[in-house]
Design a protein around this ligand. Structure first.
Ligand SMILES: Cc1cc2nc3c(=O)[nH]c(=O)nc-3n(C[C@H](O)[C@H](O)[C@H](O)COP(=O)(O)OP(=O)(O)OC[C@H]3O[C@@H](n4cnc5c(N)ncnc54)[C@H](O)[C@@H]3O)c2cc1C
Length: 432
């Protein structure tokens, strides 16, 4: 029987890895590649704030795992990882149920020779009182769509009641990339909704408050990027609160540790991440305080050479001599998938595994349709600040690179063409 490689998690990293290994090892029959995911379709997570604001229809940008598997010589198994038996080299999958709660697939096990865990991360509310009950997290397509429906419902209610000068208040916790991008995207949505006739809430009456515990917006990015972003957000009418940790959330709004109460009908929590709690004690594998599996530069877990982990669910040394880990970002998941795609082929041939070293190509922050700001990193030029239309083009190219890894150049080009045609025939904002 050929070597069985099981990849759990078909996200930004896992799906690229399964696709690449399918095209190499799977196609030649040198290994049997199986991808497991808890969902039937994939959507690239960095698009979720656009789904929430309604500027992207998630169904148009989702990928079906069954079809992707067929086209790229791997097998897909629908299921949620629920346990691991390292001695028996087998994973456990929980039973899957349909919308009516009927069992669709029973709980079952899957044997592996090599296991790769790429189950991503979820939002970390740091145990803040009321956050889980009253805030929406943007971890899944369903959550992003729920936010969009709630937003739209406010507009539809105001429109039906013909209430002039109605208001809507949105609070976003966390001024990292997600919080900043969502604020800008919502500002854009407010204008679009009014332009489509849902104008009982005028654009200036969408009150957006962005709340950050740290001393500046985009704390993970260079300070010279934070300042123009902060200014732009304020110009758009977003109220930006910095140095204001949220201590409590209720149905009416949020309270900060400084004692301020921020009324909000819609609340999004976009601060911090943690890996799924399942990884905390997964048959003795080493994990850190945010449940990430600790891995070596080869991406092998510290206590089991046959088990690899990468992307957001792994704590991989940054490799700069510090204690820090590789940041939880799509570009890291993409780089690690590329490295593992080569590494696992080498391992099958009895060769040494390559070591991963994170390369920061910079960060771009989208400020909705027309602009972006960020920095690009290069060996010769150091860090270059980019703004405006050019930055926006580079920002879009990140997603195109992910599509290229999944579909190849020709299909990606056709999809870009399809997007262009679609844009001229459909509303610019999702109105349902
Ligand atoms: C709103 C938002 C905006 C972002 N914007 C950016 C950005 O602009 N740039 C950037 O670099 N990064 C961005 N990120 C971060 C980026 O999305 C992640 O770093 C990246 O998706 C991590 O990839 P991954 O493969 O590790 O995990 P994911 O892409 O999260 O994929 C994990 C997969 O595992 C599956 N899964 C989870 N648990 C199980 C289980 N128990 N069993 C089976 N399957 C399971 C999930 O269904 C999912 O398909 C953003 C994140 C969010 C939420």
């Amino acid at each position: 029987m050929s070597h069985r490689i099981v990849i759990v998690g078909g996200g930004a990293g896992g799906l690229e890895l399964a696709t690449r290994l399918g095209r190499t090892l799977g196609k030649k029959g040198k290994a049997q590649i199986t991808l497991v995911d808890a969902n039937l379709t994939h959507i690239w997570k960095p698009l979720l704030h656009e789904v929430a604001a309604g500027s992207l229809n998630s169904h148009e940008d989702e990928l079906n795992y069954v079809a992707q598997a067929k086209w790229n010589h791997f097998e897909f198994q629908l299921g949620r990882l629920s346990g691991l038996d390292r001695a028996g080299k087998r994973i456990q999958l929980a039973a899957t149920h349909d919308e009516e709660g009927r069992e669709l697939l029973p709980a079952r096990t899957l044997d592996y020779d090599t296991l790769v865990l790429a189950v991503g991360s979820t939002t970390n509310d740091f145990g803040t009182a009321g956050a889980a009950q009253h805030c929406i997290f943007l971890d899944t397509r369903e959550q992003a769509e729920r936010f969009h429906r709630q937003l739209l419902n406010h507009y539809l209610r105001a429109h039906a009641n013909r209430q002039d000068d109605d208001q809507i208040s949105v609070a976003i916790v966390g001024a990292g990339a997600t919080g900043v991008e969502l604020s800008a995207e919502l500002h854009h949505a407010a204008h679009e909704l009014a332009a489509y006739g849902l104008n009982s809430i005028q654009p200036q009456n969408m009150r957006i408050t962005l709340i950050e515990a740290g001393p500046r917006v985009l704390p993970a990015l260079p300070e010279r990027i934070s300042q123009p972003v902060h200014r732009t957000l304020e110009k758009l009418g977003v109220r930006v609160l910095i140095g204001a940790p949220v201590s409590e959330v209720s149905a009416e709004g949020l309270k900060t540790a400084n004692g301020e109460f921020i009324p909000a009908s819609l609340k999004v929590w976009a601060a911090g991440i943690r890996a799924p709690s399942l990884l905390k004690d997964l048959d003795g594998l080493e994990s850190n305080r945010i449940n990430q599996l600790v891995v070596r530069p080869t991406l092998q877990t510290t206590r089991d050479d046959s088990i690899f982990a990468f992307g957001d669910c792994a704590a991989c040394p940054l490799g700069d001599g510090s204690e820090r880990s590789v940041p939880p970002r799509a570009q890291a998941a993409h780089q690690q998938a590329s490295l593992l795609a080569k590494g696992l082929v080498a391992r099958l041939e009895g060769k040494a595994l390559p070591a991963y070293r994170y390369t920061d190509y910079g960060s771009l922050i989208s400020l909705s349709r027309f602009s972006a700001v960020g920095n690009l990193m290069g060996n010769l030029m150091g860090s270059v600040k980019l703004e405006g239309w050019l930055a926006r083009m580079f920002y879009i190219s990140l997603y195109r690179m992910h599509q290229m890894a999944l579909y190849g150049v020709t299909r990606t080009a056709l999809m870009m063409l399809g997007d262009r045609i679609g844009r001229s025939t459909e509303p610019r904002l999702k109105l349902h």
